[in-house]
Design a protein around this ligand. Structure first.
Ligand code: ACM
Ligand code: ZN
Length: 533
């Protein structure tokens, strides 16, 4: 008999009077997939993984089969042999199915029957997401990296799932400038994003506090621009940079996990680390020195001189190397918080302003962004900037990342001009803020589609993103706390159908996921908005 998943789940919630032991058992057997899948029917029975369970796949899915086996082997200690043989029973079968072409990219179906499991998709990313849903149907102990000794049955409830994402952009930004994050930590972040079907990792690679990516043409950027001066006594772990090899490793790893790395190279402001190395690109000529975040102004007044052609040579040379390193179709050029004091006082910037008939320094910023966008487009990439790129006039093809949550009309303005937008307002998506300001459930209440937007216009909303600025929490365990569990809200809002939004259900699921996060050594925050029944 088919039972609709939601009613099963609500029934489980009603069983709140069970004693602890029973409740733990119930929890283990309940279905709690985050993000909520588009359609799920639960049928009777279970598939039981045992020592004879196999994985079958075609050649092009071998790598996904290996990923699945790598997930299942450590805790179960079963071998999960992989082959192209079409087994009938006790098999997890991965199939690329062109009949599913009509579904969206990243869509998949997952069928768990008592005798076999079928994951089908039209794309490799869909297969991966089918695997991630299957993983979440297993007990949290499956995440252990050593043999699980608690006699888990490794039972998977029989279900039929058809699933696809609501938005194409389900993002997280990590600020690698204020604090440098190790390659291993970035890879772990990618793994966790993939578990929750998040697909865009935006790396904020440059800022006033440090330049974090190797550029061959400008070695000083990393010889000098990636270190804090000795006098600040900053821990070595907070400085450093990604070499070209590191970037290759991160990008390859991300690709395996269906994550796109979106690099951000900040301009025209937040550029003190560049100016400390190349003061001739500033309006005053310097000299400049990098400060850690709390040892200098939050936003430095010294920014690129846009009246100087050398600035454009530098930016174009840097971006050319960046384009080569990152396959992402999107390149983020920052554009936020550029104080205009230096441009107002600079002869070269003022000459540029007059020459181009610009009204003020906001128009000069807009002129600058448009010039950079031409270069980005000519290289086959799409530009993204923080929402300040609207000031002084927005180019028709730029993508806007909305962050200034206090400016309520920004999304409507961007969309009415026909531009695309990614929603990451301070009000709900800034995860460097305290949980007292943005709890998991407050983040979940965020509506990424403003009320007054038509269905047609809503297509301009690429999706949403959580942002983590790294000036306050500067340890990996600290970032974990800031991100988890509330990032699960962003994951669910980004993927799940709008009409599946259900706070009660979501809260329960997050609570269940805390066990999984614990198994994954995620140092999550004990958010009191996630109730413990
Ligand atoms: C920002 O938070 N300055 C984008
Ligand atoms: Zn200037």
């Amino acid at each position: 008999m088919k039972i609709i998943f939601k009613s099963v789940f609500l029934l489980l919630i009603l069983l709140g009077s069970l004693n602890c032991k029973q409740q733990a058992k119930e929890t283990r057997q309940s279905i709690a997939i985050i993000p909520q899948v588009a359609e799920i029917n639960q049928t009777e029975g279970v598939f039981q993984i045992n020592s004879k369970t196999k994985i079958s796949c075609t050649k092009e899915l071998k790598a996904k089969a290996e990923q699945l086996a790598a997930l299942l082997r450590p805790a179960t200690a079963y071998s999960f042999p992989i082959s192209e043989t079409n087994h009938k029973r006790n098999v997890i079968s991965l199939v690329l199915d062109n009949n599913l072409n009509s579904l969206q990219e990243e869509a998949y179906t997952l069928e768990v029957l008592p005798h076999r499991i079928n994951i089908k998709a039209a794309s490799i990313s869909g297969i991966l997401y089918g695997i991630q849903s299957l993983r979440q149907l297993l007990p949290a102990a499956i995440e252990r990296k050593e043999i699980c000794k608690t006699n888990e049955l490794w039972e998977i409830p029989c279900v039929s799932i058809t699933d696809s994402p609501r938005f194409k952009w389900r993002g997280l930004m990590l600020d690698c400038s204020r604090t440098f994050w190790s390659v291993e930590y970035v890879k772990r972040t990618i793994r966790l994003m993939s578990l929750y079907k998040m697909n865009m990792l935006h790396l904020h690679l440059t800022d006033d506090q440090g330049w974090r990516i190797e550029i061959e043409k400008y070695p000083e950027l990393t010889q000098k621009g990636a270190q804090f001066p000795e006098k600040w006594n900053e821990p070595k772990a907070r400085e450093g940079f990604y070499s070209k090899n590191d970037i290759r490793e991160i990008v390859d790893y991300a690709t395996q996990h269906n994550v796109t790395i979106v690099p951000e190279i900040e301009m025209p402001g937040h550029t003190l680390a560049v100016l400390a190395c190349y003061p001739e690109l500033s309006c005053t000529g310097g000299p400049f020195e990098i400060h850690p975040f709390f040892k200098g102004p939050n936003v430095h007044e010294d920014i690129f001189c846009v009246g100087n052609e050398k600035t454009f040579d530098f930016i174009e040379n840097v971006l050319s190397e960046v384009f080569e390193m990152f396959p992402s179709e999107y390149i983020h050029i920052g554009g936020d918080e550029a104080p205009k004091a230096r441009w107002e006082a600079c002869q070269k910037c003022q000459a540029r302003l007059k020459e181009d008939g610009l009204k003020d320094e906001h128009e000069l910023q807009s002129w600058f962004i448009k010039r950079i966008e031409k270069f980005v487009s000519a290289n086959g990439k799409k530009l993204i900037g923080w929402d300040e790129i609207m000031e002084g006039g927005l180019s028709s093809t730029a993508n806007v990342m909305y962050w200034r949550g206090w400016l309520k009309d920004v999304p409507e303005k961007v969309i009415s001009e026909g531009n695309n937008i990614i929603m990451s307002p301070t009000s709900h998506c800034y995860f460097d803020y305290k949980y007292e300001n943005i709890s998991t459930m407050k983040a979940y209440r965020f509506n990424p589609v403003p009320d007054n937007i038509t269905k047609e216009q809503s297509k301009n909303i690429l999706g949403l993103q959580a942002n983590f600025w790294s000036h306050i929490d500067r340890s990996e365990a600290g970032v974990d706390k800031q991100l988890f569990p509330r990032i699960l809200s962003i994951a669910e809002l980004g993927w799940s159908p709008e009409n599946s939004k259900d706070s009660t259900l979501f809260k329960e699921k997050v609570f269940i996921h805390l066990d999984r996060l614990k198994e994954l050594n995620v140092n999550y925050y004990p958010d009191s908005t996630i109730i413990k029944n």
